[in-house]
Design a protein around this ligand. Structure first.
Ligand code: DGJ
Length: 729
């Protein structure tokens, strides 16, 4: 009896194995806790991309779905045609075609959470191999993918295009969400139904500031526009800080094809025999529960794998930029430090303007590259200020922009050969500056040395804001040989990453902010070396609601630097209440960026209290799960969200009415993400008046009630807001 039942249990497996043998095919599954990508491989034939979605039990049945060579894991240019091409090579003999077939696979358990699978492909004719690497991050349901190419042809091979990832999906319709904008209005969210044909999201010529207009990330919903809490949503983000290309194609059979990777424009790579070319990683996640879960997967993954010190709380800081700009002396800064300490902040950051002597950095026209402390402004040096901050109980940080140089600088005169330029042509300036050629190891050494020297100014410097304020124009490198100029785009980024690696190896504890005129370099490739990013130069709180909503679709709130700035704001001139500005900034990594002495005593008292309140909610905002409730993009009237701690014992609700809303009588909202069985005491933080906006302030409600009946808030005018702190009772 026992034997029979064992046999019955094994039957599906035996059939499965027989099917494999019969078809000479095998299934390769890349599995996380809840999702799986499935490929079908046959020796001597292309590997087929078969499935990506929720884990399925009967995956062997996928073998019976035919074997269509048009849907390959990594289609090269050659053989059958495809909607997108993953790899395009010109072989040493001039042949343009490559046909990749299965050459084996390997699986390695990296640790309790990560499994790496390598699927090996080789060309049918030429000695070219392509390894596709997948890393399954089980708990976060994230899969990262990259490709590695090498060859043993007799002469160099030309790599015309090489992507990180190729995905095929089949559905009735496809809805693409992408994140776009420009300076001061980054990461705007737009969703569109993909028509037959190709939609490109790319940056092909900036090299630096590549995410100013579009972010290399997306979400894709199948069959209907994306919902926050239901339906199939796929999300992806390229971990690359250079030119990129995301291509979304719906072919004539309504099949969806995605390729994502470095942009091939003007970037042919000459690969020597035995040399290896590796793509950046594409970060992928699948959610059966809408956009919300896709974001939470990426946030968890980012905190664990793509953010420096992802488990440590971020400090609340005062940054000098919007308060002082370039005009300050020692007293201006020590006064700001005094104020920061009085507010209860934890760090002071001295922004641009502290360096340059022969060419003093008194404005954006001079000094970049000359990283010596300006003696006139700061006669006792940086160490005096850093020590002063520490004596007031604050950490101290400083701004740098080490990839750039002003023509008006000692560095530009000394090393003209380090500047990116096209020989014989004028070197275009933007923000009065040029870009240094990071493909050159001497420039990499200079940047590392600069970083070391600045950190050495004081042991009390524990935070660096790394800025980059212009893209590349009129490309050219004096370092690269004439026949390797097209390597520049990739080599710049590899040079930058090599610098980050060296800096991080030497200074593992330093807090690094990723900044590029705001969010113009926001990608997982750079972010992994940093603790946070400067989200936008627009600190106008209404803009910020839109920017942060889009940003936090992909990148987590704990890394989203979010500052309370002057009002009317310098960028937009719109006056906004201090409460609204704090309530918006507190949904990310709170900071302040204004001149404290401009505050009235009432504003000062409010700010102090708000900083205290942020300390209460910080663990939930920075480490909790984000549940979006109202989108500021729908109806343009309100935005709302909840952060819920992993154990669901605490939550923070944020609700905002926006500038352009019509008069509304109530703000009724059902909370999300709570434990229905738990009881929560709800306290309104930062109330505008003692009466507040939440009638149930201080009372206890069940999670069930708060998620079903919700709360009614007394906010209806533009720029009003509510923050509720929920704690389990
Ligand atoms: C651009 C940054 O985004 C600002 O925050 C500030 O640091 C300026 N650069 C300084 O030049």
């Amino acid at each position: 009896m026992n034997k029979i039942s064992t046999l019955l249990r094994l039957l599906p497996l035996l059939c499965f194995t027989a099917a494999l043998r019969g078809q000479n095919a095998e299934i390769i599954e890349i599995a996380t806790n809840d999702s799986a990508m499935v490929f079908v491989a046959k020796s001597g034939a292309p590997v087929i991309f078969r499935y990506w979605g929720e884990k399925i039990n009967d995956r062997h049945l996928l073998l019976e779905r035919g074997y269509d060579e048009r849907f390959q894991i990594y289609p090269a240019f050659g053989g059958l045609n495809h909607a997108n091409i993953a790899l395009s090579l010109v072989h040493a003999d001039g042949s343009l075609t490559t046909e990749l077939i299965y050459a084996g696979s390997e699986t390695k358990v990296v640790d309790g959470n990560r499994v790496e699978t390598i699927i090996r492909l080789r060309d049918k004719l030429y000695p070219v191999t392509v390894d596709i690497h997948f890393m399954a991050h089980k708990a976060e349901n994230v899969i990262t993918q990259r490709a590695v190419v090498s060859h043993q042809e007799e002469k160099p091979l030309r790599v015309e295009n090489i992507v990180s990832s190729y995905i095929t999906l089949r559905a009735n319709s496809y809805y693409l969400t992408n994140f776009h904008g420009s300076w001061g209005r980054e990461m705007r969210v737009t969703e569109e139904r993909l028509a037959q044909g190709v939609r490109l999201i790319e940056e092909y010529r900036k090299g630096v500031q590549t995410t100013m207009a579009d972010n290399p990330s997306f979400m894709l919903s199948l069959n209907h526009p994306a919902d926050e809490d239901a339906g199939d949503v796929y999300a992806g983000a390229l971990a690359w800080s250079g030119n990129y290309n995301l291509r979304f194609a719906v072919d004539e059979r309504e099949v969806f094809h995605f390729t994502g990777g470095m942009n091939p424009f003007a970037s042919v790579r000459v690969l020597e025999p035995g040399e290896i070319l590796e793509t950046p990683e594409m970060v992928l996640t699948y959610s059966p529960r809408g956009r919300g879960q896709a974001s939470r997967n990426l946030h968890d993954w980012c905190r664990n794998y793509a953010l420096a010190h992802g488990g440590e709380p971020r400090p609340i800081l005062l940054n000098s930029w919007e308060g002082a700009y370039f005009t300050f002396d020692e007293k201006t800064i020590t006064d700001m430090i005094d104020s920061a300490a009085d507010f209860g902040l934890e760090m002071f950051v001295l922004d641009d303007g502290w360096f340059g002597n022969e060419y003093p950095r008194d404005n954006a026209k001079a000094g970049l590259g000359d990283w010596q402390v300006n003696k006139k402004k700061l006669p006792r040096g940086i160490s005096y200020l850093a020590d002063y901050a520490v004596s007031k109980g604050l950490r101290f940080g400083i701004w740098i922009e080490p990839e750039m140089v002003n023509p008006n600088s000692e560095l530009a005169k000394k090393h003209p050969e380090w500047v990116v330029k096209s020989p014989g042509r004028e070197i275009p300036q933007e923000r009065n500056q040029w870009v240094l050629d990071l493909s050159n190891p001497a420039v990499q050494d200079f940047v590392v040395k600069t970083f070391d020297e600045i950190v050495a100014l004081s042991p009390n410097i524990t935070y660096i804001k790394w800025d980059a304020n212009r893209p590349i124009f009129s490309v050219g490198s004096e370092y690269l040989p004439n026949d390797r100029q097209t390597h520049f785009w990739q080599d710049y980024v590899r040079g930058l990453y090599s610098v980050y690696e060296r800096v991080r190896a030497k200074h593992p504890d330093i807090t690094l902010q990723l900044c590029s005129s705001g969010g113009a370099r926001l990608d997982f490739g750079a972010l992994k070396y940093h603790d946070e990013f400067w989200t936008s130069d627009s600190t106008n709180a209404v803009d910020r609601v839109l920017i942060q909503y889009g940003t936090n679709m992909i990148y987590p709130a704990m890394a989203t630097a979010s500052h309370v700035s002057p009002s009317p704001n310098h960028q937009t001139g719109v006056a906004l209440p201090l409460k609204f500005r704090f309530d918006v900034a507190m949904s990310g990594r709170l900071g302040m960026e204004m001149m404290p002495k401009d505050f009235s005593p009432e504003e000062w008292a409010f700010a102090k209290k708000a900083v205290q309140n942020y300390k209460l909610i910080r663990p939930v905002v920075q480490f909790g799960d984000l549940y979006r409730i109202f989108s500021p993009y729908e109806g343009n009237a309100r935005a709302a969200m909840t952060y819920v701690s992993k154990d669901k014992k605490q939550a923070v609700f944020f609700g905002y009415t926006l500038q352009h809303c019509a008069r509304m009588s109530t703000f009724d909202v059902r909370l999300k993400g709570l434990d229905p069985a738990k009881n929560y005491r709800v306290i309104e933080l930062n109330p505008k008046s003692p009466r507040g906006a939440f009638p149930g302030n201080g009372k206890t409600f069940s999670g069930d009630y708060l998620m079903k009946a919700g709360v009614s808030l007394r906010i209806h005018r533009p720029h009003e807001s509510v923050v509720l702190h929920l704690t389990e009772k």
